[in-house]
Design a protein around this ligand. Structure first.
Ligand code: XMP
Length: 304
């Protein structure tokens, strides 16, 4: 990457040049979209409308946290939980899932834009989103997951040539709060790509609770690049002498530089046992907990 200050200056100039009038910035609460929001704000100021879509596929407390973090700006929060769940109904194929999510996102942004007579969308796509989508590995929700007919004059992606670690450096230079600049990545399609098969309310609730436990046990002490829970299938278990056909939860914790490759974190056995016992005790319909040992490659970080 060129010098950080030069990049920032060029990105602001590019936004000024490409946006003719007003624009929506898609905010997710993560470092990529927050950096774009600051750059866009410097470029077009009041002509920018920040919008966050609550997909219902977020981690516990995420929407409240975003509301709090962005309380000083006029962030529009669109509740689209029902719509995402409806559009995901019956879908089991990972790529179809990603496409349904990408399309739902863009249709909602189009509707919000139409209401305000806005023709430009700015989003925080980064280079790996593009490589993985174009390389046919997986359709990231903001690139390969997008439909071909889009009702914007232009989608502007100011940081689409950067890797995550470079985005973080820019976030630090822009003096974004540490909880944003160092924030663990969370994919746009959210918990949907951490649920194998159809996304349902019941599965979402189980994986969300398991994810909270995993983050509580691993984030602070081990500072992984990324850690989370995924929900696989059902397996037979026994709780209080009663057979339970419950969910199988996989725990993932990886180190990485830029998300393109990743190594599995070597966790102490006691830590893994504590996670297992908390998950199976605190979530009634989970009977089994696995630790994913696989690096990337051959696995990817997310399960779908
Ligand atoms: P994978 O699973 O491809 O993930 O090894 C690499 C990094 O990208 C994140 N990821 C996404 N981010 N939209 C995003 O904004 C997506 O569709 C998407 N899919 C994966 C993943 O969380 C990891 O940090």
């Amino acid at each position: 990457m060129v010098k950080i200050e030069t990049f920032i200056q060029k990105a602001i100039e590019r936004i000024k040049r490409e946006v003719k009038g007003r624009a929506i910035i898609a905010v997710s609460g993560g470092v990529d979209s927050s950096v774009c929001a600051i750059l866009a704000n410097r470029a077009i100021g009041d002509l920018l409308t920040p919008i966050y879509i609550d997909t219902g596929l977020m981690r516990a407390g995420e929407t409240e946290r975003i509301r709090e973090t962005f309380k000083d700006i006029d962030l529009e929060i669109v509740n689209a939980k029902e719509r995402f769940l409806q559009n995901l109904k019956g879908i089991i194929d990972p790529e179809e899932k990603r496409k349904a999510i990408g399309e739902t996102f863009i249709r909602i942004f189009e509707e919000e834009a139409r209401k305000r007579d806005i023709h430009y969308l700015i989003q925080g796509t980064i280079y790996p989103d593009r490589i993985e989508s174009e390389g046919g590995i997986k359709s990231h929700h903001n690139v390969g997951g997008l439909p071909t007919n889009i009702d914007f004059d232009k989608i502007i992606e100011p940081i689409d040539e950067l890797y995550k670690d470079e985005v973080r450096e820019i976030a630090r230079t822009l003096k974004l709060p540490t909880e944003i600049s160092e924030r663990m990545p969370f994919p746009g399609p959210g918990l949907a790509v951490r649920i194998i098969g159809e996304v349902t309310d019941e599965k979402l609730e189980a994986v969300r609770k398991a994810n909270t436990i995993v983050e509580e046990e691993l984030l602070e002490p081990y500072k992984p690049w990324q850690t989370f829970a995924a929900l696989l299938e059902k397996g037979t278990g026994v709780k209080g002498d009663i057979r339970v056909h419950g969910w199988i939860i996989a725990v993932r914790a990886v180190t990485s530089r830029d998300g393109m490759t990743a190594d599995t974190l070597q966790l102490p056995w006691q830590t893994l046992q504590k996670i297992e016992s908390r998950i199976t005790r605190e979530i009634p319909n989970v009977t089994r907990v696995l630790y994913d040992l696989t690096p990337k490659p051959p696995a990817t970080i997310e399960f779908e």
